[in-house]
Each structure stands twice: as C-alpha cells, then as structure tokens.
Design a binder for this molecule. Structure first.
Ligand SMILES: [Zn+2]
Length: 423
C-alpha cells in the first residue's frame, strides 16, 4: 500500500487515541510519510514549517483511529436467501462485488477489517489487491472458505443436486478431514480459519442456536493444524457447549459468544480470548426479517440470541474481557454500508459508553486482525490510519453511521475518502 508523502498537522481538534484515555479537546496530531509523529496537547506540539506542512484546522473536528470491522464478509452481496450465499453468481462476478464492498467499507471509515469468511478464496486476493493499490479498501486479514461438519449449519444444498458447498465451506467428518481442510486453507494463503462449532437461529429445524455442528475432536484437530502453520482459529459459537469446546480446543477468537454460563465466562477470561458479538444483526433480523419472509420461528430464535448475546457482551466487558465490533453485514436486512450501526447499537441498546465502544471498534479490532503493532490506536510511530469526523461522536455516536459526516478517511497517511476531497 502506498504511503503518504510529506507532513500533515491537524490542529486544535477533539482527539480520542484509542488507548483508554478519554477524548480531549485542544489536541493536535502530526503525521509524516505515513507515520504518526506527535499526538497530544496543541500547546506543547513541536514546531513545524507551515509553508511545507498540510495544516488542517481541527476546531470543529473529532479525530479517532480508523475503525476496524472485525467480522467482515466482503463476498456477501446483501443476500436475501441461502442460494445467494453460494451458487447464485460465478466467482468472477462475486469478486467484483467484493471489491465494491471493500471500497464502501473504507468510505465508511473502516481502514482495517478481518474477514469472517469468503466465497472461494476471494478475500485472500482482495487483500493483495488492496495492499498493492489495485482497489481501495480496509487493510484486510483474510479467511477464505469456512469449515463446518457435514449436515451442519452451512451444509444446506441437498446431496441430490450434486453441487456441494465447494465455494463457501469445506465440509468435514472427523478429525482427519478437519486437518485436511485446514491444510487446503494453508495452501490458499488465509490468516484466519473460520469454523462452525454451533448452529444458529437461522436454521431452527435441525441446526438451531443450541445445536453443535462440529465435535470437540474436530475442533481440536483444526486448532492443532492451524497453529502449526501459524494460522489463527475462530468459530461461529452460539451454544454454551460449543463455546466451551472452542475455548478448551484453543480457539484464538469467538464469533458471537452468545450463550455463556459461569464456567465458559471463567475460561474466556482466563485465556483472554476476544469475542466479536455481531449483535445488531440480530435486531436487524427481528425488525426487518418479516419484509423478507423470514419465518416466525427464525425471528423468535433471533430474539433469544439477541437477549443472550446482549447479556454476555455486557458481562464480558464488565469482567475485563475483550470485545471486537463487526457486524456480519452483507444480508439484505443488514446490508453493506451499515457497519457503524453496530457502534450505535452498542451505545444505545447494550449500554456501552461511546469511549468503550470505540475502543472495541479500534484497539481491540486491530488486536483481533493481528495489526495492533501498526494500527488501532493513535500513537507515535504507528501508521496514520485516522478517521476525522465533523462533529462530536461522543455526544452522538450515530454521526459515524453517515459518511457525509467524515472530513477525511486517512489510510497510511493518504486521504482516501471524506468531504474534504470535494472542497
Ligand atoms: Zn459471519
């Protein structure tokens, strides 16, 4: 990815650095050749040459780290039914849709993302295309195809059709096939291995949210093989037993972490495993599902998931655990572009403060994506991935839902989106 050249100073802004310190007024941030060189009080900032420096008056602006979408499905193209997820379009077209979704995510202030699964191997190549400036998008941690047990949540195409689930999921039976699937993904070049330990409200008949879709032995085989090749493992974990299995098997992250009891909470905290609840999806399903003919049994399951997931998220944060924010966007009732609704939801429904929410969406997100050494907070020597907002999102978090409120989306020290480009 190209790096910005020259020096920029944003003066006298409200700044939230993402380290845990509160947002403060009267701050300045300097970055030069793509890297942050100063963050702190405007009054004590180092001198700069205003004839060669790009100086931005920040008196109306709030500066925060670039957002991290921690559960991003670049290839989900606002799907309304199962067939949309795997067989509707060929890989060529879905690749173009994924590039469009990546551009949209960047324009929405998301300078980094971790894929939560992708059709074929598209996200691995999308990551390369973004890194080489072929297309614009978030810095991406790639995931490729997902792993699920035969007959589990992601195995919906009937055998008589003989089309399998090849593009979306590697289906396994037993630890040997689990190892074999991970080895395929190693060759594909993924960084994360996404699995399906449990079912979901979306499949109330045979794979509901209290169902297991993989055995502990399969999950353990995935982790052993993935860790051997320096890959990380995450999983769609709703049912309590599935969460427990994932933590005991050595998972590096949990998606959803919905129904947690005392034992799983203790295990989670002991191992400091981050959780990405992706909760607004549940509310969006309940509110918007009827318009898409979602059956009542599915909506009821989403309500139970919303209640259980909200309680777990509150408890994780209260007891010192880590939460990343990402929202499973890419369904018709939860489309790409709505990413920051997850943030508003965590403030207005779950009850996190804006500061807590933004730390989840920046610092913890970067930790999950494996890029916290270079981004995620605004600190000296980190890369200048910065979101500059017109107004005060600490007063009104919903400002972040509308990209027309963004003065600038800065990645690697280059302004890639925002209304300052139109001035
Ligand atoms: Zn997902």
């Amino acid at each position: 990815m190209k790096t910005g050249q020259g020096k920029t100073v944003i003066n006298d802004c409200r700044l939230f650095d993402g380290t845990g310190a509160p947002a403060q007024l009267g701050q300045s941030i300097h970055y030069e050749n793509g890297k942050i060189t100063y963050v702190g009080d405007s009054a004590s900032q180092p001198a700069y040459d205003s004839t060669t420096t790009h100086v931005i008056d920040g008196s109306e602006l709030t500066v925060i780290p670039g957002l991290v979408e921690a559960h991003f499905h670049p290839t989900y193209f606002n799907v309304a039914e199962l067939a949309d997820l795997d067989i509707k379009y060929p890989v060529e077209y879905v690749t173009l849709l994924a590039a469009a979704n990546a551009k949209l995510a960047l324009e929405c202030g998301y300078t980094s993302a971790r894929s939560g699964g992708s059709l074929f191997n598209i996200d691995v190549w999308l990551k390369k295309a973004i890194a080489e400036d072929v297309v614009v998008g978030p810095r991406l941690a790639a995931n490729g195809r997902e792993i699920c047990g035969v007959g589990g949540l992601m195995d919906w195409n009937p055998d008589f059709r003989k089309i399998g689930m090849e593009g979306l999921v590697l289906l396994i039976n037993g630890p040997d096939e689990a190892r074999s699937a991970v080895r395929k993904l190693v060759k594909d070049g993924v960084e994360w291995v996404k699995t399906y330990p449990t079912g979901d409200a979306a499949a109330p008949d045979v794979n509901d949210h209290h169902t297991l879709c993989m055995t502990f032995e399969e999950m353990h085989a995935v982790v052993q093989t993935a860790h051997n090749h320096h890959l990380k493992v995450t999983g769609h974990c709703r049912a309590t037993e599935g969460i427990k299995n994932a933590l005991l098997a050595g998972y590096d992250c949990l998606e959803h972490g919905t129904f947690m009891d005392d034992e799983t909470m203790d295990l989670l905290l002991e191992r400091d495993v981050p959780v990405v609840p992706a909760l607004y999806f549940e509310l969006a399903s309940i509110e918007n599902g009827p318009a898409f003919n979602m059956p009542q049994s599915v909506i009821d399951g989403h309500q139970e998931t919303l209640d259980g997931g909200t309680e777990s998220a509150r408890r994780i944060l209260k007891e010192g655990g880590r939460i990343g924010l990402g929202g499973d966007y890419g369904f018709a009732w939860n489309p790409h572009g709505d990413y920051a609704k997850e943030l508003s939801f965590f403030v207005n429904y779950v009850g996190f403060t804006p500061e807590q929410t933004l730390m989840c969406a920046t610092k913890t997100g970067a930790e999950i994506a494996g890029s916290d050494d270079i981004v995620g907070t605004l600190e000296i020597d980190k890369l200048a991935d910065i979101l500059v907002v017109n107004g005060n999102p600490f007063e009104d978090i919903t400002l972040l839902e509308d990209p027309t409120n963004f003065y600038a989306v800065i990645q690697n020290g280059i302004i890639k989106a925002g209304f300052c480009l139109n001035k």
